[in-house]
Design a protein around this ligand. Structure first.
Ligand SMILES: Cc1cc2nc3c(=O)[nH]c(=O)nc-3n(C[C@H](O)[C@H](O)[C@H](O)COP(=O)(O)OP(=O)(O)OC[C@H]3O[C@@H](n4cnc5c(N)ncnc54)[C@H](O)[C@@H]3O)c2cc1C
Length: 502
């Protein structure tokens, strides 16, 4: 995603990976609503490509056994309630997600990652970053000088280690997890739902993958595990507690790992940025990790793109950590809360069953996991002198709208520039908006909505003279009445670079 973003802005860069070739392992299986929105903002065909390959899944059924009795909270985590064009989670394997993005990058920009190139060390001086990179086949080392290094190098980030970035750390209690991609015979429940199944001492997730296989995610305290038995034989005992008549067939993947929580105390050290798992990791419960990582890159990418192509001021880069680190905290909250409910092994299951029926909590989880409720409004400047207005505000996600013209709002704002939306009929101000866009032509486009009932309804506009500045990532950068256009001009001049300065 970061490579794609930088290519969209025409910024020169190199992408290296120590693997000899792309990984075929599928860790994540979820592409959530906000990810699909982002793909659409980039290119509607990219979103369509994902939709064709994945399975639309409505939500999570929460099963628990208490004293041998089965209980189910159907659609406890219900993505059909998500207010957007994609009210579901898309089950789509991570290796295929990565492949789809790689192919898109290659098709549109004729670029590839340099495989078999391992970063050994980084250090910084006044001119930028010096990286030592080793060719994993020949052992040859290369010294690369660059203005920035962006660390998308995962949980064991070498870049983070070189910088000695401290992390907030905590560990889940004794959770060894296993993943199996396996054929299930006679699974009796809905393939349109993911099944989270808990007992006092175990957790099992069952999710139908595209194709013939299911993903099982299991954690237990090993008490019912026979060390001489196969994973299938041990997991069959858990399966039988929740479903009747299921048997296990061919297995194509098995892995085992430990889950913990880590959050980097800083996302930036001078010219080096941490993105994705290098900055934050947490339980896979809720399936948010990869989604959050890609959205880090989506956020940093356009900022670097505009700054490095000379169209925005360098201070824009400071907003990356300010916006994304609090989002990681919320992602960790949702993942860890669900983890405690489902993998709080030994904790009274009747108490945990109550939490599974807490509608307010579950609604909050839906907003977090889908990515739709995440907002930067509490972490960026809010301009208290502006007239207070209802509706989505500065820092909020800009919701899509089907406009009366037949266009969707996303088709208008989905490009590499800011978009100034003018909702109203004041021609004088509309002219001023267009003049502004001309003086920032490289980074700003202006769109006159006129009077759009659809836009006004979604954006809760009770009067017609309002302007919205939408950022290239589909969040609201600024919003004010027409009469407050001077404040917008000030915001623009502090953020963007005019075509001809001075
Ligand atoms: C079992 C499991 C299930 C999961 N399920 C989900 C899910 O359902 N939904 C979800 O959203 N998330 C899920 N996740 C989380 C998700 O897989 C990760 O959050 C995501 O892959 C992190 O992406 P990343 O690009 O930051 O790091 P990675 O995917 O780890 O990529 C890091 C890359 O950096 C390369 N690299 C590392 N070190 C170097 C170096 N020194 N030099 C050069 N290259 C280097 C690696 O080869 C790798 O290609 C799951 C994770 C696990 C373990």
């Amino acid at each position: 995603m970061l490579s794609l973003q930088l290519s969209r802005y025409g910024v020169p860069f190199r992408t290296i990976d120590r693997l000899a070739a792309p990984s075929l392992a599928s860790r994540a299986i979820t592409v959530h609503s906000r990810m699909l929105e982002i793909f659409e903002l980039m290119d509607q065909k990219l979103a369509q490509n994902f939709l064709q390959r994945g399975i639309k899944n409505k939500g999570y059924d929460l099963h628990y056994v208490n004293e041998g009795k089965r209980n189910v909270v159907k659609m406890g985590i219900d993505f059909t309630t998500t207010d957007c064009r994609y009210p579901y989670l898309l089950v789509h394997r991570q290796d295929e997600t990565e492949q789809a993005l790689r192919e898109y990058w290659h098709q549109h920009f004729n670029r590839n990652a340099e495989w078999g190139m391992q970063l050994i060390s980084v250090e910084q001086d006044t001119r930028g970053v010096i990286s030592v990179v080793r060719n994993t086949e020949t052992g040859a080392e290369e010294i690369i000088r660059s203005k920035y290094v962006i660390a998308c190098d995962g949980i064991n980030s070498q870049v983070r280690r070189c910088l000695e970035v401290e992390q907030d750390e905590s560990n889940y209690q004794g959770t060894v997890l296993q993943n199996l991609d396996i054929r299930l015979n006679n699974f009796p429940d809905s393939n349109e739902h993911i099944h989270y199944c808990a007992g006092t001492d175990h957790f099992m997730m069952v999710a139908k993958l595209p194709g013939d296989f299911y993903r099982l995610l299991v954690s237990d305290r090993g008490e019912s595990t026979d060390p001489d038995a196969t994973p299938e034989e041990n997991i069959q005992k858990l399966m039988d507690q929740h479903f009747d008549g299921v048997s296990m067939g061919e297995r194509i993947w098995h892995s085992q790992w430990e889950s913990w929580v880590r959050l980097a105390k800083a996302y930036r050290n001078q010219q080096i940025f941490l993105v994705g798992d290098s900055a934050h990791v947490h339980s896979t419960t809720g399936g948010q990790g990869m989604n959050c990582c890609i959205q880090d890159a989506w956020n940093l990418g356009w900022k670097l793109g505009l700054v490095e192509s000379g169209r925005a001021r360098a201070a824009l880069l400071d907003t990356y950590e300010a916006e994304r680190r609090p989002i990681a905290e919320q992602v960790i909250w949702a993942a860890s809360s669900l983890h405690e409910i489902f993998m709080g092994h030994g904790k009274d299951i009747s108490e945990r069953g109550g939490q599974m029926e807490d509608a307010k909590f579950l609604k909050k989880v839906v907003g977090c996991c889908s990515g739709i409720s995440y907002t930067y409004k509490d972490y960026i400047e809010q301009y208290p002198d502006l007239t207070p207005l209802p509706g989505p505000t500065i820092g909020d996600r800009a919701p899509d709208v089907d406009l009366e013209t037949g266009h969707s709002l996303f088709s208008i704002i989905g490009n590499t520039k800011y978009t100034l939306l003018l909702s109203g009929t004041d021609l004088e101000i509309a002219g001023k908006g267009e003049d502004l866009a001309k003086s920032y032509a490289e980074s700003l486009q202006c769109y006159k909505l006129g009077v759009s009932a659809a836009f006004q309804a979604t954006y809760e506009i009770d009067q017609t003279a309002i302007m919205y500045l939408i950022r290239p990532d589909g969040y609201i950068g600024f919003r004010c009445l027409f009469s407050e256009i001077a404040a917008l001009e000030e915001f623009l001049s502090s953020t963007l670079v005019q075509n001809i300065e001075g």
